[in-house]
Design a protein around this ligand. Structure first.
Ligand code: FE2
Ligand code: FE2
Length: 294
């Protein structure tokens, strides 16, 4: 793999933090299937990550000293979760910089993502304050909803060879597969923090259901807008240049279309991220990517 890997489990959590140092200098312009639209779809997702994952870290840090989270096991999981997300931010920032070098203004998209997150949390907090919802609760529930989105997409990446085949570049393959493994390793942490803080009652359930609807809507709009902006740079925002990607992602049984039932499972009152057991899948991929301790 085109990266140095440094695995550490200082926190003693159920999963380690892997420090990666990918080299993106040789990544071709259209690294996904040689297709501009498919590549830009993935780059648009990557543009959301640095600020998005920083938001997850901040939301969790904001509450971690609360006495309700005193359980040492949960504290260890929080530390490792923060470590993994910080590494994802760092590597996607590095990849985004390599796309910037091709003339795509991904840095601007990262900044727009940060502003969107701040505004959404600000407006929602103001609107829901009279009903007793705090900014900390809203941020954390947003994190839970977005973590459900990332772990769902990540599981599909790990499970579907047709999707894996789109990664024609080895570095990009390893970046996304490493990220996908870790999203599933830590998928329950934010949710466990949320339930420990706010319980499983009607108020907590209402807030997380609302968060899912808002988060999915905003991701869809923002990521589609970024994809269109990237295609515009190449003069490829046309039906001819996008139809393959649109079918691949949103067609009948497309990559994103297929995720809808799993995404909606979050709305079940008794939902927990570990209801979907990915242990075997993770064991397979940790071996495949050389992540097992030697
Ligand atoms: Fe992540
Ligand atoms: Fe995550």
């Amino acid at each position: 793999m085109n990266a140095k890997v440094n695995i550490s489990n200082r926190a003693g959590a159920s999963f380690p933090v892997r420090r990666m140092d990918f080299e993106f200098g040789e990544v071709p312009r259209y690294w996904a299937n040689g297709d501009a639209a498919l590549t830009h779809f993935m780059t648009a997702l990557s543009a959301l990550f640095p600020e998005g994952e920083q938001f997850f870290v901040n939301s969790t840090r904001a509450v971690r000293n609360d006495p309700k989270l005193a359980d040492p096991r949960l504290q260890r999981e929080i530390s490792a979760f923060i470590g993994q997300e910080a590494m994802h931010s760092k590597e996607h920032l590095a990849f985004n910089a390599s796309a910037q070098a091709y003339g795509y203004n991904v840095r601007k998209m990262e900044a727009q993502t940060g502003r969107l997150i701040n505004r959404t949390i600000g407006v929602t907090s103001k609107l829901l304050k009279p009903f007793g919802f705090t900014k900390e609760m809203i941020s954390l529930t947003g994190t839970c909803a977005l973590e459900h989105f990332t772990s769902t997409i990540a599981e599909e990446l790990l499970s579907n060879p047709d999707i894996q085949a789109m990664f024609m570049d080895e570095t990009m393959y390893h970046l996304w597969m490493w990220h996908a493994v870790e999203e599933n390793e830590h998928k329950a942490v934010a949710f466990d923090v949320y339930e420990s803080m706010y319980g499983q009652g009607a108020k907590a359930y209402f807030m997380r259901s609302l968060a899912l609807v808002i988060a999915m809507g905003l991701i869809f709009i923002t990521q589609s807008y970024f994809t269109a902006k990237l295609l515009q740079v190449d003069g490829k925002l046309t039906w001819r240049d996008t139809k393959y990607m649109l079918k691949f992602m949103y067609g009948y049984k497309g990559f994103m279309t297929r995720q809808i039932p799993t995404l909606l499972s979050f709305l079940r009152p008794k939902f927990h991220p570990n209801d979907d057991d990915t242990t075997e899948l993770l064991n397979k991929w940790r071996a495949e990517l050389g992540f097992n301790p030697s």
